[in-house]
Ligand binder design. Structure first.
Ligand code: C2E
Ligand code: MG
Ligand code: MG
Ligand code: MG
Length: 281
């Protein structure tokens, strides 16, 4: 009886496993299809100068228009793309598309705004990343100054020497480098010192309760003062209330990003937003 149950159990788990594999393969195929059929779209969320409120940059955030599933957020497919080793292709598309759109904006007279692009761990470990970025800049008549690339702490840990070398090359092109979700990974101040990073983005989990949670307020304050000491810019992510913005302004945070100012929006909405925004301030 126990043996039979064991067998059922194995069969059950095997079916679960098969389902999981099939699901992965299914999503993998769907992602390949999405690339071929242009189902991805970049949304853009403004970053604002904390002192005078002008817009400094726009972070590109990928969306997937799934034929049946509707609009899918990156948290649901970027990890699968990484697992299926499709992130290199998706990431190259993001870099090219962000540059293409930024070149359009430049043509329309929008200057002095950078585009920030999120990298994945695998992209950062692929040496062709440098050529991909340089190629996209050349193709669209841009320079490194037009871009900011966002990485996370844990990405670097796997092969720090390779990552540092890649980041140096990107930095040498004039590209700004930001550490995203700062404080949530395996922070190591010694790595931080070795990395050619320009900006720390304080994770939104610390911003969320900055008014009510003393620990979170301390983390924000400490991060900002450490960044100032190291000569780094700070961006606070996920600002939703005036009170949060005021606290962070008091702490001398440099830039703000969050729903309080704008949600991520499709590229065609950006020029209208910028027009109204400058009228409104
Ligand atoms: P992230 O880079 O930390 O991006 C910020 C996320 O916070 C975005 O979610 C944004 O919509 C959200 N957000 C911004 N302001 C607020 C706010 O005030 N409140 C709240 N609750 N959320 C806010 P999104 O677009 O779903 O992206 C999630 C993550 O997916 C990103 O986190 C990034 O790690 C990744 N991602 C997005 N686009 C790409 C991409 O093109 N390539 C790669 N590799 N990863 C991407
Ligand atoms: Mg980011
Ligand atoms: Mg973040
Ligand atoms: Mg992130």
């Amino acid at each position: 009886e126990a043996k039979r149950q064991g067998r059922n159990c194995t069969r059950f788990f095997r079916r679960e496993l098969d389902d999981a594999i099939r699901e992965r393969l299914h999503v993998g195929n769907a992602l390949r299809m999405a690339l071929a059929e242009q189902q991805f779209e970049l949304y853009f969320q403004p970053q604002i100068d904390a002192r005078d409120g002008h817009i400094t940059s726009l972070e590109a955030l990928i969306r997937w228009h799934h034929p049946e599933g509707g609009l899918i957020e990156p948290g649901r497919f970027i990890p699968v793309a990484e697992e299926m080793h499709l992130i290199g292709e998706v990431g190259a598309w993001v870099i090219d598309e962000a540059c293409r759109i930024l070149a359009d904006w430049r043509e329309a007279g929008i200057h002095d705004i950078r585009v920030a692009i999120n990298l994945s761990a695998q992209q950062l470990h692929q040496t062709e990343l440098i050529d991909t970025v340089r190629g996209a800049l050349d193709r669209h008549g841009l320079t490194g100054n037009d871009l900011e690339l966002e990485i996370t702490e844990s990405m670097v840990m796997e092969d720090p020497d390779l990552c540092i070398e890649q980041l140096r090359q990107l930095s040498a092109l004039g590209i700004k480098l930001a550490m995203d979700d700062f404080g949530t990974g395996y922070s190591s101040l010694s790595y931080l010192r070795r990395l050619p990073i320009d900006t720390l983005k304080i994770d939104r989990s610390f911003v969320h309760d900055i008014e009510t949670n003393d620990n979170d307020a301390t983390i924000c304050a400490t991060t900002i003062s450490m960044a100032n000491t190291l000569g780094l810019d700070t961006v606070a992510e996920g600002i939703e209330t005036e009170a949060q913005a005021n606290r962070l302004r008091d702490l001398k945070c440099d830039r703000f990003q969050g729903y309080l100012f704008a949600r991520p929006m499709p590229a065609p909405a950006v020029s209208g937003f910028l027009r109204n925004y400058s009228i409104g301030t």
